[in-house]
Design a binder for this molecule. Structure first.
Ligand SMILES: [Zn+2]
Length: 331
């Protein structure tokens, strides 16, 4: 999938899922757009999916991944499973149990549970980040898993991780950083790289985010000037919500093959539910001793609307990232 996207100048939307409803929305969108795509689970998403009493991020991620493996059998598109930001303090409780799960599957002759994982070492200095990233990538390679890493910091707040107080220069990865990442990780195996170019997590009004996609171009150039065209790295765009199609498409020219989308699809989920509640307020509530209207308070009614709305937003992402119509499922 990464080779196909890199060769043909498109990127995959990577949507964060937290439930069967959002998983089905993602699969519907990719199938409707005839696009391959990436479904990912964050630590918070895994925790949520495991239920209030269990509250275990790795366990919830395993449950969601197993469900997606089965659901995806019904579709003629490829879906890669990925886990989102894992900071160093969560490697032992989140990443390692997931790698163990893939190891157990491998022993049974199956493929890995997740096709890729993200280790986010952007909170420590780059040398330490690369040391841990290299160790994890070695383990991943043995299991046919790709590792996504981050250098530089994505701004904003996501899943309880807040970087909004950081100095502005931390939001831009330097060409030297990109070279160091390439030289450390390329000899070990395939990796994806969330280099930062002013991108932020969360929702912002137009004009308040200063993206500098040329940061990606300049970093790739330093690496490719030294190691040749085949050294072009697989870059990841975090914080894709609220970005114009023009800005998105500029990054495709610089080697972006994955764009994370979460905030916009969260809103797309909630928006039709708000309409449903407002239009059916007398039925979804039991007012003045009445019994309400089961037809409108059955959660399936409004969750189907949420599923369709998330899928529509994700089809838009496939169109903007030019993955629509490009599935390599039968190739
Ligand atoms: Zn992110």
């Amino acid at each position: 999938m990464l080779d196909a996207a890199q060769k043909n100048g498109y990127a995959y939307p990577a949507i964060n899922i937290t439930s069967i409803v959002t998983a089905n929305a993602a699969l519907k969108a990719f199938a409707d757009a005839k696009s391959d795509g990436i479904i990912q689970v964050s630590t918070g998403g895994g925790q949520f999916a495991s239920g209030l009493n269990v509250n275990d991020a790795a366990f919830g991620a395993i449950v969601l991944a197993e469900a997606v493996h089965r659901l995806a059998e019904k579709y003629d598109i490829l879906v890669a499973l990925h886990t989102d930001h894992c900071h160093p303090e969560k490697v032992d409780s989140f990443l390692r149990p997931l790698l163990d799960e893939s190891r157990a599957r491998k022993e049974k002759g199956l493929g890995p549970l997740f096709n890729s994982h993200m280790f986010d070492g952007s909170v420590v200095d780059l040398d330490e980040n690369m040391k841990i990233s290299a160790e994890l990538l070695k383990e991943c390679v043995e299991l046919d898993i790709i590792l996504e890493i981050e250098a530089g910091c994505v701004g904003g707040e996501e899943d309880g991780h807040d970087t909004s107080g950081l100095p502005a220069e931390k939001l831009y990865t330097t060409p030297d950083d990109m070279l160091q990442v390439y030289e450390t990780l390329n000899p070990i195996g395939r990796f994806m790289f969330a280099a930062t170019f002013g991108n932020v997590h969360g929702a912002y009004k137009p004009g308040s985010v200063k993206l500098k996609p040329t940061i990606l171009r300049d970093g790739q150039k330093v690496v490719m000037d030294k190691y040749g065209a085949e050294a072009e790295m697989d870059l990841v765009f975090h914080g894709g919500s609220g970005t114009s199609a023009e800005d998105l498409q500029e990054t495709l020219d610089y080697g972006v093959i994955k764009m994370n989308i979460d905030t916009d699809t969260q809103y797309a989920f909630t928006r039709p539910i708000v309409t449903h509640m407002c239009e059916n307020i007398e039925g979804v509530l039991k007012i003045d001793g009445e019994v309400g209207n089961k037809k409108v308070y059955d959660p399936r009614g409004y969750l189907k609307k949420a599923e369709a709305s998330v899928a529509a937003r994700l089809v838009q992402a496939c169109d903007e990232l030019k993955s629509s119509g490009n599935t390599i499922y039968s190739a």
